[in-house]
Write a protein that binds this ligand. Sequence first.
Ligand SMILES: [Fe+2]
Length: 615
Amino acid sequence: MKLLNTRRRAAAGIATVSLTAAALAGTVVVTGANGADPTTFSGVVLGVGADETARTVAWYSSATPTGATVELSTTSDFATTKTFDATVASNVTSDAATGNALTSANGKATLTGLQPSTKYYYRIKTADGAKSAYYTFKTGTFGNGGYQFLFFGDPQIGSSGDPVLDGDGWQYTLDQTKIHSPKAELYVSGGDQVNTANNETEWTQFLRPSELRSIPWAATIGNHDVSGYAYEQHFALPSTIDRSDPLYTNAAKKGPAADAVSGGDYFFTYKGVLFIDLNSNAYSATTNSDPAHVEFVRNTITRQKAADPDIKHVVLVYHHAIYSPADHANDTDNIQRRTDFTKSFSDLGVDLVLQGHDHSYSRSYAIKGSAESPSGAKANAAEQPGQTTVVEGPGGVIYVTANSASGSKFYDLTEPDATKGGYGADTLKGGPETKGHTRHWANSVENQEHVPTYIEVSVTDKGLTVKNVRSGDGDSPNAAVQRGNVTGIGPNLAGTPAPIGSLVDQVHIYRSQADVPVVKPPTKPTVHLVGAAPKVNGTARVGKRLTVTAGHWTAGTKLTYQWLADGKPIKGATGTSLKLTKKLKGKKVSVRVTGSLAGAVPSSLVKTSGVKKVK
Ligand SMILES: [Fe+2]
């Protein structure tokens, strides 16, 4: 096991970030005007807006200032700025790390009217003159498709027992995405940002990476985030959030009270993709919530597709995986969700479902729910394990469960048990699953190597390409392994991790066969003679020597020669010249040139020169 250099690698990763240490943590202290107490801004995080032309910003401030705004500029001197009003509210939670009530506030603002392919600078400002450091983000092009987003499973900072080490692993993964997925424009959460809902030590570690201030984070609520109000204090979710009672685990406790729960469903569009994010903590068995989620999905798809015909793909995001490979595969609540969701998601034309909670990786076959199989069945019985191009067809949906993105906690793959919700074994053997393990019937690929990974999704008008990318290699921060919470690392847990940036899995997903790009067979080279045919040179007289000019052939062509007398081969005359003997007197001499090229179709071409009569 290669873990000796972990601290060195972690430190080096942090040192490569160019922002100051304070800005890195999203924490800046600025003295206010007129000698007022310094105002501290912390936990600054960029979020998604309603579409690609908007972003949200959220932060904590040490006091509850008046007149808070966010300034947005295209230059670092903020010479020309647009100003967006912020809402500021007092924090109501007690810090679960200390037991002390927070005396701070949370601010939120929405930045709109962004232009494509533009670098923006932003900072928080209050009426008393206090300013945060500035941060930057870039917008991409605004056409449909042609971009990447990344999906992260359960950073769950604090779950290893060492929140700082978990934060190191989280920081390390985001740093690797800048190297291996540098074009990503958007981060999507699989939930469980932290281990304990209102633990601000864990939130500080989660929000430490500077990437969270330059790439928008589409927050998803996990079971570890839900039981307090810190999640809602920390994130500015898009205005499209629905906070209806059934979308909460406990409607009586929603809202800004000290013991409130967080929740709600929301959506946003981003360059041709409709993202719908559900609070899966609320489900039927307790609050009759699943029908409310389905209704939210139905209304959102219907309304948004009618309003925006450019929507090409529908991606659902929620925390509790309904098809997954490990500890939570057979949880009774997930069995319930399999029953409640699968047919509806098929009927509504969902393309891809991104899930967390099981801290391991799976990619399902195209799954279709129907009246006969409300909990789902393979849409195409012929789909093979690990198949790299999948046509979903009507009703087919791919479900992806993300592994831990931080290394704070891994769950090992479990063996299928058909007695639990019918989630038994796949009858198809083979595929890239971990050796000795049998996949659950829904899953084309299952994997756990005890290294952090993240999901990269490339979007085109026609389809989605999903990759599971390794972001740790055993020398990188890996709290679960370092603290001995799990043992074994690398493919088959055999002790040799694969390189960072290598792929666990890759699949190209299309709705119909017509969307699959036609791959032209590689063009085979052909043998060509460019220009004039071979030519015989010299005086055709006994005792003289003739030579051949073969001409210009396709590069790499190998030429062979056969001299002819009256059209018949002269034995042994296979060079580039011919000595004219008495026997050839009166004969018509020519040369046949054969060009051969390996791999060409056809592989050879024959050309014969004109004749010369030997005197
Ligand atoms: Fe989790």
